[in-house]
Design a protein around this ligand. Structure first.
Ligand code: AMP
Length: 398
């Protein structure tokens, strides 16, 4: 799927004030950034705009301050780290309301090629409601708007959608282009066999993804907490495992759809189960659908690991979203680790759909073995659902 939107390559911003919506929503621990992938991913666009000679005003949200200033969610550490990464000062211009007269004065005083960073956009309550006032405030700072925040592209907020109502030129950045090129190509024009691996907690959050992917893939692998709803629908005993009883029929419908479409749908054949939802519980391995009362499915089992890994071996394109078990607990991380390893070893184009799977791949040190790791969990999922992302739609057409 080609992206029919104007990008930073279609403009030159010399002497212009450019507001760039980035995704600097990075994990922080005691004020320190623990994963800077999103900062690094934002650099190409920022460097291009600096090279043009624009006045670059960066903005982003961080966490969920719920519409008021929360010092622990200030973007100050991001300004500091970006300064180091860019090798050029990124001046932090904080305001409790993000945009005020001091901020406007700082922008007016900018020289070509300079970079400033605004405070967390979610300090303003209107941000997540796409309200007009904050959208206008943001637009008042700039001549041109660039959206490079893939991680929030599935949301319509002031800083990625509302603001475009009040700025004539709104384009996407390189990260946005890259994310859409990889995810889009994988889904619309995959080299086959095309295998998708879905995991995570709930069927309900991935209904449309399963449905949409069944029209595209050769093999669909379902692991993680969501697989127990399928297991129960097939008449299995699942003990205390995660299950959404409202989706039993849906699970059966999807199994039928897979059969009609000739898609191989792989479910776990065995599970690691525990007698308590904790790392130190008693553990055993049982066949799918044979989980005794008082026990719950916490991970895929060894036989399943082998089947899933084999399915990936011969694939040419693999998309993965969601862990195979409760991977935060070391005793139940094995299934997720084996899938990550299989992806690292295959020659296929491998695309990791953000969130937990991206974290797992990076923690295991397989990050550089993947073709593309998306910076947006929710956004990549909605993309896989075949939905138009509002943050992308808002940019000017080519
Ligand atoms: P999601 O946000 O839907 O991708 O779900 C991710 C979460 O699913 C992770 O926190 C996992 O611990 C959890 N998860 C995966 N498998 C299971 C399981 N068998 N039982 C409970 N939670 C699970």
């Amino acid at each position: 799927m080609g992206l029919n939107k104007k990008s930073v390559d279609d403009i030159n911003v010399k002497g212009q004030k450019v507001l760039v919506r980035c995704d600097f929503n990075v994990p922080l621990q005691d004020g320190k950034i623990t994963d800077e992938n999103r900062l690094v991913a934002a650099l190409p666009t920022i460097k291009k705009l600096i090279a043009d000679g624009g006045k670059i005003i960066l903005c982003s949200h961080l966490g969920k301050p719920k519409g008021e200033p929360k010092p622990e969610l200030s973007l100050a550490p991001v300004a500091k780290r970006l300064t180091e990464l860019l090798g050029q000062e990124v001046k932090f211009v904080p305001s409790p309301v993000v945009v005020d007269d001091t901020v406007k004065a700082a922008v007016d005083a900018m020289k070509d090629g300079e970079v400033i960073l605004l405070e967390n956009t979610r300090y303003r309550a209107e941000e997540t409601k796409n309200g007009d006032e904050f959208s206008k405030d943001l637009a008042s700072l700039c001549d041109v708007f660039v959206n490079d925040a893939f991680g929030t592209a599935h949301r319509a907020h002031c800083s990625n959608v509302g603001v475009t109502k009040y700025v004539d030129t709104a384009v996407v950045g390189y990260l946005m282009e890259k994310e859409i090129a990889f995810l889009g190509n994988a889904v619309e024009n995959p080299e086959r066999p095309f295998v998708a691996i879905l995991g995570g907690a709930k069927v309900s959050s991935k209904i449309s993804v399963i449905n949409n992917l069944l029209d595209k893939v050769d093999t669909l692998i379902i692991g993680g907490g969501m697989s127990y709803t399928f297991s129960k629908a097939l008449g299995g005993h699942i003990g205390n495992s995660l299950c959404e009883d409202d989706y039993l029929q849906y699970a059966l419908d999807m199994l039928k759809k897979a059969e009609e479409k000739g898609v191989k749908l792989l479910l776990p054949v065995d599970n690691r189960i525990g007698d308590d939802f904790s790392n130190d519980c008693n553990i055993q391995v049982v066949k799918r659908g044979c989980i005794p009362d008082g026990w719950e499915g916490m991970d895929i089992g060894p036989e399943t690991e082998k089947i899933f890994s084999d399915a990936v071996k011969d694939a040419k394109t693999v998309v993965w979203n969601g862990p195979m078990g409760c991977f935060e607990m070391p005793n139940f991380a094995h299934g997720t680790e084996e899938v990550a390893k299989a992806l690292a070893e295959t020659d296929a184009t491998t695309i990791i759909g953000g969130g937990d799977s991206a974290a797992a791949v990076n923690i295991l040190g397989y990050g550089d073995k993947m073709t593309h790791i998306s910076t947006g969990g929710g956004a990549s999922l909605e993309f896989l659902e075949g939905k138009e992302l509002p943050g992308v739609a808002a940019a000017n057409d080519k």
